[in-house]
Design a protein around this ligand. Structure first.
Ligand code: DGL
Length: 265
């Protein structure tokens, strides 16, 4: 048993879409979350820049003595995962390999769409991993950076959200897909808008599910699950405006047992 916390990071509120799955799948785990809102968004930064930011947060987690880090950010996974895994003394779990696994588990996965930030799509990290796991898959990638601030600024469900989703996902009118990977952790909060745009025959894959499964598997195999109380209090930090984090957590997390604070890194 290992009762130390798990560190989770993102550029902002997207990380909460991963935390809500952690809360469901690993309800005994204590979490420390860093939303790097002081440097939001990651998706328009260089990979080098994102790698440095992710390393900085990982070093904070190291000082907090975490037992594992989940990179709840596809952009940071694409830019920094091997570096984090090399530099950190704890296991670091990313989103892309599990996200692809989740997509290929779907019955209809001959044509798979991927939406993500500008940086993630430019890196082709998902396309490469999809083809590594199944060479026959047709992949349609689309950067959808304008969807990120819609979530971050609390505008999901609005007319503007539906309109932006409609504009950003137009490519799939011409190039139909069977399964869509939500390759940015902000996007599961726009699932209704995306599903309405693409139709209900398209399966939306949230990589968080398989990512959390991978984390759970590692913790189980290494006898490192937390064996104390159910739903322990988690600590949520923002390197930017903590009010945005508070509003997001209130809206998106069903487990309200957490504290929110500003973090200077
Ligand atoms: N939520 C992040 C991701 O999964 C990044 C969004 C951004 O900051 O651009 O890629």
């Amino acid at each position: 048993m290992d009762n130390r916390p798990i560190g989770i990071m993102d550029s902002g509120l997207g990380g909460l879409s991963v935390i809500r799955i952690v809360n469901q799948q690993l309800p005994h785990e204590k979490l420390i979350f860093v939303g790097d809102q002081g440097h939001f968004p990651y998706g328009t930064r260089t990979q080098q820049d994102v790698c440095q930011l992710a390393l900085n947060i990982a070093r904070f987690f190291k000082r907090q003595n975490v037992k594992m880090m989940i990179v709840a950010c596809n952009t940071a996974t694409a830019a920094a995962l091997p570096t984090l895994q090399k530099e950190m003394p704890f296991p670091v779990i990313g989103m892309i390999v599990p996200g692809v696994k989740g997509a290929l588990q779907q019955k209809h996965h001959q044509s798979v769409g991927v939406i993500g930030t500008a940086s993630t799509i430019e890196s082709h990290a998902y396309e490469h991993e999809l083809h590594r796991q199944d060479r026959s898959v047709q992949v349609v990638e689309k950067a959808a950076q304008p969807l990120v601030p819609i979530v971050e600024h609390g505008q999901t469900g609005t007319e503007q959200a539906y309109q932006t989703v409609d504009e950003q996902l137009k490519i799939f009118d011409q190039q139909p897909i069977q399964t869509l990977i939500l390759g940015c952790t902000h996007f599961p909060f726009l699932a209704d808008e995306i599903q309405q745009k693409l139709g209900y025959q398209v399966v939306l894959v949230d990589p968080a599910k398989e990512t959390v499964n991978a984390a759970k598997e590692w913790l189980t195999q290494h006898d490192a699950l937390n064996d104390t109380e159910m739903m322990p209090q988690s600590r949520l930090y923002s390197t930017g405006d903590v009010e945005i984090l508070k509003a997001g957590a209130k809206k998106w997390l069903s487990n309200q047992n957490y504290t929110c604070a500003h973090l200077e890194l």
